[in-house]
Design a protein around this ligand. Structure first.
Ligand code: FMN
Ligand code: EPS
Length: 382
């Protein structure tokens, strides 16, 4: 499967095309819109999220609530477009109608994008670099999540650290509903309270915050991905999808960097053959060995850097005058770590859905369901 996204942050809409979905996947906008709403939420977001009410309008590939196997297209309107039509419509020749954005923000795409594409108004870079585009990727991931859920796979994304404050509540599947109910998508309510105070303080100081999110999936069959070639390894594919999200700077699988500090006996997960098949009592591997799912829960963590646009701006250079300047201030989030937990979950869901189709093929959901069930039975009996 593959997908393409298009659209500027302050343009009329985001457009997304998915190609290669099997037929007969039940799909309506009600499967996608709740995920778009989750991505918009979370304490610390800026005023843009008050303006937008993201919904996916499916315009191809679905009839009577089911995929047909044809490319699925959906569009997400930017409600803010009507406030930006003038700025987004430069004069012929590219001359901006209002002052161009030239004070490159450290940490954003402005400077390298301006030089690379030879653009003078750095707005031409930021419009596409913006994480507005992650609305498209969440919609794609929501389709992936629907496909996975039809195959018995469940996922969750939650915040484990924000602004240096750590959650100390261990994850349990029975607590998924609590993630959805909490303002920061964090299971540790005491830590959440302190995180909120820290967000308020950062906002007051004109500063921004990052954090760490964790996503988990359970019910995966053994053998998604492959050990035989570097670009087929599922850990690499997951890392690429997650690192491809704006502001994500690190990915860990299972114990991740902690594994490097421990001896092998405290990292690797002993194997037992029990009634339900091969099992482990620990999961340091995070569900992946040799670039393949091993039947245990998949555990992926991602580190998000603080938002690049600071209201107390950092020193920079104005690329129009080539003189020292304060970095441009655009309306911005103080933090978007809760949103990132949703985006990372959706990005990983898509990679998993793709790996399912790659292993099991199938033009229809019926074929896929049969083949996944038979793979589970085989792994139990192996
Ligand atoms: C959900 C989300 C919201 C974001 N909001 C902002 C924002 O309001 N202001 C900002 O400067 N960066 C924001 N970012 C981060 C930038 O998009 C990102 O830092 C930039 O595109 C440069 O890419 P890089 O950080 O991956 O190098 C956000 C990222 C995500 C995932
Ligand atoms: C629009 C979204 O996030 C935007 C991501 C973003 C950035 O630079 O990445 C900058 C901000 O844009 P604006 O200046 O229009 O408020 C965020 O609001 C969104 O998540 O839907």
């Amino acid at each position: 499967m593959r997908f393409l996204t298009a659209g500027e942050s302050h343009g009329p809409q985001l457009t997304t095309i998915i190609e290669g979905l099997p037929s007969n996947l039940e799909l309506t906008k009600d499967d996608i819109d709740p995920w778009l709403a989750k991505r918009q939420g979370g304490y610390g977001r800026g005023r843009r999220m008050v303006i937008e009410r993201d919904e996916a309008n499916i315009v191809s590939g679905v009839r009577a609530g089911r995929t047909t196997g044809a490319p699925v297209t959906f569009v997400i309107e930017n409600r803010d477009w009507r406030n930006w039509t003038e700025i987004m419509s430069p004069l012929p020749g590219g001359e901006p109608r209002k002052k161009a954005l030239t004070a490159a923000r450290p940490g954003h795409a402005d400077l390298p994008g301006g030089i690379k594409y030879r653009l003078r108004d750095l707005r031409d870079v930021l419009e596409r670099a913006s994480a507005r585009e992650t609305a498209s990727r969440v919609a794609v991931g929501a389709v992936g999540l629907k496909l996975l859920s039809d195959l018995g796979v469940e996922g969750v994304g939650h915040v484990v650290s924000l602004g240096g404050i750590e959650s100390t509540v261990p994850f349990e599947w029975s607590r998924v509903a609590e993630v959805e109910d909490s303002e920061l998508r964090c299971l540790d309510l005491e830590a959440s309270g302190r995180m909120i105070e820290r967000i308020d303080a950062a906002k007051k100081d004109g500063d921004t915050l990052g954090g760490v999110v964790e996503v988990r999936f359970r019910g995966l069959p053994v053998g998604l991905g492959s050990h035989v070639h570097w670009d087929r390894k599922l850990d690499g594919r997951i890392a690429a999808a997650v690192m491809g999200i704006q502001a994500i700077k690190g990915v860990e699988i299972g114990l991740g960097f902690e594994a490097a500090r421990r001896p092998g006996s405290a990292v690797h997960d002993p194997i037992f053959l029990r009634e339900r098949g091969y099992e482990r009592d620990s999961n340091g591997a995070g569900g992946l060995e040799g670039g393949m799912t091993n039947g245990e829960d998949l555990v992926v963590r991602a580190a998000m850097k603080p938002i690049a646009t600071l209201m107390k701006p950092l020193p920079t250079v104005d690329v129009a005058t080539r003189e020292a300047a304060d970095a441009a201030r655009e309306r911005s989030d103080t933090t978007a770590v809760p949103a990132a937990s949703v985006i990372v979950q959706c990005a990983v869901a898509w990679v998993l859905a793709d790996a399912m189709l790659e292993k099991f093929g199938g033009d229809s959901m019926e074929e896929l369901r049969e083949r996944v069930a038979s793979a589970h039975a085989f792994a139990r009996a192996y």
